[in-house]
Write a protein that binds this ligand. Sequence first.
Ligand code: CTP
Length: 403
Amino acid sequence: MKRILLVIGGGIAAYKTLELIRRLGERGYTTRAILTRAGAEFVTPLSVSALSGEKTFQELFDLTDEAQMGHIRLSREADLVVVAPATADLMGKLAGGLANDLASTALLATDKPILMAPAMNVRMWQSPSVRRNADILARDGVKFVGPNGGDMACGEYGPGRMAEPMEIIAAIENALAANKGALHGLTALVTAGPTQEALDPVRFIANRSSGRQGYAVAEALARHGAETLLVSGPVEIAPPQGVKLVKVTSAREMLAATEAGLPRDIAVLTAAVADWRPDVAANAKIKKSDQPENQNGARSISLVENPDILATLANHKHRPRLLVGFAAETDDVLAHAVAKRARKQCDWIVANDVSTDANGNSVMGGTRNRVHLISDAGQEDWPEMSKADVAQRLALKIAEQFA
Ligand code: CTP
């Protein structure tokens, strides 16, 4: 269900806003209204609430309201903010960054798109200052519907009449559609981080993966509208915004959580899954004296191979439509990555060089990445950039693929 925050400014057209609220309700929108002081001269809070079925908000400094529903929350809990009628005053305040009442404060505080349906006298609409403010607002990304031309309540003729409720609804639907990401309607799965393979209750085999690249990919896919599941090994990163996170420890748990998340349209497997695990994980801490020694004094751990999650997904009955693997390599990066793509039967491989830096330290676990994208179309070499930028570029590439 889509939520509209409706700011009702002071103008005779406010009566049409009541009709707008009713039409929105019929279409399944929830509407919460802020009625400005001037708006309340034209319509009453009671009629607005009766039609919206929600409390109507009026004063910024009403302490009860602020405690229950701050202006910030009010403006963020909506999918779209609609100003109807948008008066010269409201336009001017937003264009100038002014906030001295609930309506202007909510407009300034919102992180959602704003649609304005201006209504004012034709001379006011044509005045240089309102023209200037309309330009500023349009440049800032505010969308407009109307005003329409015609006879005005004040007896003059020309543009200034507020758009009709059905025109405003069409503009609301366009604004909401434009706001959907390119991956809206698609589902995605990302694996990230290392896995830990237990030797005993206190020891494990793992690797240097930080999980940063995978978390950034999950966040970028979600930001572009994909419903995203992130299956993560043990890492020290805060959960990304808008993503469902499932935490696992071992490769086998990661495989189970990944398969449980299918079917998905897109899967990006960035996890550095441990290829091997100890044959047996001891129930009690292994003691120094427990292990047999060979003649050279060496001790050995017997390892068995872990399941390959990428290869499993490639042959799964719910194979994702786009399956992307990552390949961290220290030498012959491209040749290994090309071979890996063929062997694991994934669609794309993102290959990165994790060999040591000038000081001989491993670059795995850093914040930047230099990658090559290998697909049917060939190979793309991306310049070095932050992991967040790699994720963003990959998400755009995926969006192109599904366009
Ligand atoms: N991968 C996986 N499950 C595994 C091993 C790897 O899903 N058990 C995935 C990784 O998430 C990555 C890709 O396969 O997307 C390549 O991982 P990599 O460790 O480079 O591949 P390996 O199979 O380990 O190849 P090699 O040891 O030959 O480098």
